[in-house]
Ligand binder design. Structure first.
Ligand SMILES: C[S@@+](CC[C@H](N)C(=O)[O-])C[C@H]1O[C@@H](n2cnc3c(N)ncnc32)[C@H](O)[C@@H]1O
Length: 261
């Protein structure tokens, strides 16, 4: 697994470009005005303040191993801080996700895989107009995240305690999201199946972000298949995330953009 990651990371470094290798005006603007910009420290203060207690919490949770599970834990009793650090969204990705929500003026978000809530916070802190639906199958983890959001008056985050499959099968057919962040159950077949279902809950301007596209060979395969999907117009490989856009007016292109922090 380590070798696979190292190999794919080197390949990414060799093939990725900055904005100068991007010949699509839409992607060029996205790279220069969103990916490569900085958010002011002042704007990020509430996000940082909301993350800190989770990164320090000594509270223990009895967790259900759902999806592919973490490769770092042996026991099911885990400290919130350890889960936040190992499975949760890092600071740089949080800042980036927060910027993406602002840049595209996202109003309806779906996150598959809440964990203790760091990803939801990135999409909701200081972004009161973005309604975040987030799904987590582990009941204790989901209860913990729900309480944390309530305690911090983040009523625009709605936590659903169920597995991804049952959430998606109960979703009204006409429900669409502006942004979907898929961060759980990192297996090829599962990812492809969720992607297929998620497509019908997107509109022309939606984007889907897939986490950990090089987590395994299976995830890399899934990412390649998704890039070739007829409905996908533009894909952007950032190594840690794969982002796809559906805008019908764009010509089909795949990009590897260097976005190391
Ligand atoms: C990597 S963590 C999510 C991290 C979070 N998005 C963040 O940014 O901090 C993945 C989570 O998805 C949950 N999960 C995995 N597979 C699932 C499934 N099939 N249904 C529901 N939850 C699942 C796991 O329990 C775990 O808490």
């Amino acid at each position: 697994m380590m070798w696979f990651r190292l190999k794919t990371f080197i390949q990414y470094l060799l093939k990725s470009t900055n904005q100068h290798g991007v010949h699509s005006p839409f992607v060029y603007r996205f790279v220069t005005e969103c990916l490569y910009t900085k958010t002011s420290k002042k704007k990020l203060k509430s996000l940082r303040d909301l993350r800190q207690p989770l990164l320090k919490s000594q509270q223990e949770l009895e967790m259900l191993d759902v999806g592919k599970g973490s490769q770092r834990f042996n026991s099911n009793t885990r400290k919130v801080s350890a889960v936040a650090r190992n499975a949760g969204m890092g600071w740089h990705q949080s800042k980036l996700l927060h910027r993406i929500i602002s840049y595209f003026n996202i109003k309806q978000t779906l996150e598959l895989g809440t964990s203790v809530g760091l990803g939801s916070l990135a999409m909701a802190a200081n972004l009161p107009n973005n309604q975040v639906d987030t799904v987590e199958a582990c009941p204790n983890t989901s209860k913990f995240a729900k309480r944390y959001f309530e305690h911090n008056n983040l009523s625009h985050i709605q936590v659903y305690t169920c597995n991804f499959q049952s959430f998606l099968s109960q979703l009204p057919k006409d429900k669409t999201y502006d942004l979907i962040y898929l961060d759980g159950h990192h297996q090829k077949e599962a990812t492809l199946q969720y992607f297929e279902q998620l497509k019908s809950h997107t509109h022309d301007n939606s984007l889907i972000i897939l986490d950990d596209i090089y987590w395994s060979r299976g995830m890399q395969d899934a990412w390649q298949i998704i890039c070739h999907d007829d409905k996908v117009k533009v894909s952007i490989d950032l190594y840690f995330w794969g982002i796809v856009f559906f805008k019908p007016e764009l010509s089909k292109q795949d990009f590897k953009v260097r976005c190391l922090f």
